[in-house]
Design a protein around this ligand. Sequence first.
Ligand code: SF4
Length: 417
Amino acid sequence: MKRRSSLHGDALPQGAADTSGYTPGHTPGHTSAYAPTTFAPRLLAWWDVHGRKTLPWQQQRTPYRVWLSEVMLQQTQVSTATPYFLRFTAQFPEVQTLAAAPLDAVLHGWAGLGYYARARNLHAAAQAVVREGAGVFPETLDGLQALPGIGRSTAAAILSLAHDARHTILDGNVKRVLTRWAGLEGFPGLPAVERELWRLAEACTPQGRNADYTQAIMDLGATLCTRARPACALCPLQADCVAYLSQRQAELPTRRPAAKRARRVRRVVVLVAVSQDAVWLEARPAKGIWGGLWSFPEFADLTAAAELHGFASAQPALARVWPTVLHSFTHYDLELVPWVLPVSAPASASASAPRQAASVPPLTGAEPNGRWYPMRRTTAAKTRVGLPAPIERLIEAVADATAAGIFSSDEALGERT
Ligand code: SF4
């Protein structure tokens, strides 16, 4: 990690007092000189004119709504998160309603945003707030960070935005702005670089107007200092931005060092048992990928799937391998090979009473977490379970094929097993 030093001196501007508590140490750079004096005022003046002030979570800025928005905006852009936020807060307007909701309903409200651990943590944290705080969020960094899924920056954002208290955030947008402005090199995920960024962020945080400042630096990162092609001509930090002055915007922040190993690929066969207008789903374990969501039974290969007993009523001649579904997770790629098999037993596809389908023999007789699930979106019961987005798309495709009569004729579509 090193900071470029040639563009600015180390000394504070004449007459300026460094009241930030930031100690520049031995590394030369301009940040200690400018941060406490002009960084925040310039940013706030820009935000007063150009900042975003009508986002849904900026209205009624309660800790609950700020927290929801911060979690949704992790890895997600404002335009994507906004409809989710509106739906989620309509369904769960208070922390109490979220805490009291079944996890399935929460996961369903989250479906499509990905990173489902965030939704599970939301639910668990809401229950902790209700149980331990009678519905009132902690008002300290430590108290908030003790809740599931709340890290240092999210805790600071909640206190800053909901209470206008002086706290410093360091999310992805802020890291990008600060690394460019200060010319800070090194991958921000490295502990030493991150420590330096926290010091810098603290130094830049003003004593007053904290909520506005927090929103301003997030807005600058999201709207001007974007990952690709930042709009430097419009930026209030341009005059002393190291990246701009040295035309190194594309190089900063430093990218993650190349991974040493090729990405892992995990290939599984999923059994898509179709009965009339329903498919058989099973709840996944609470921990792990798609934890707590509903998906198809998984098998290591086709042989293992074919050996599944309880399919006396199935029509194996109509079974077929569906096109492989590809999905990327952070650490590996998933290849789902759907093996679609019509079963002749009529399904009582009642999502409200999934285990009362007495006329339908369970697939193996041993799945305590299975249910027949109606395939069509219009079915009200469908709103009750959380589905991973790729599984939801697969169900739609199977529903279309079923409606087209594919499973009731001898015409082969796709590869027959
Ligand atoms: S001048 Fe450009 S690179 Fe520097 S902070 Fe502003 S937008 Fe980002």
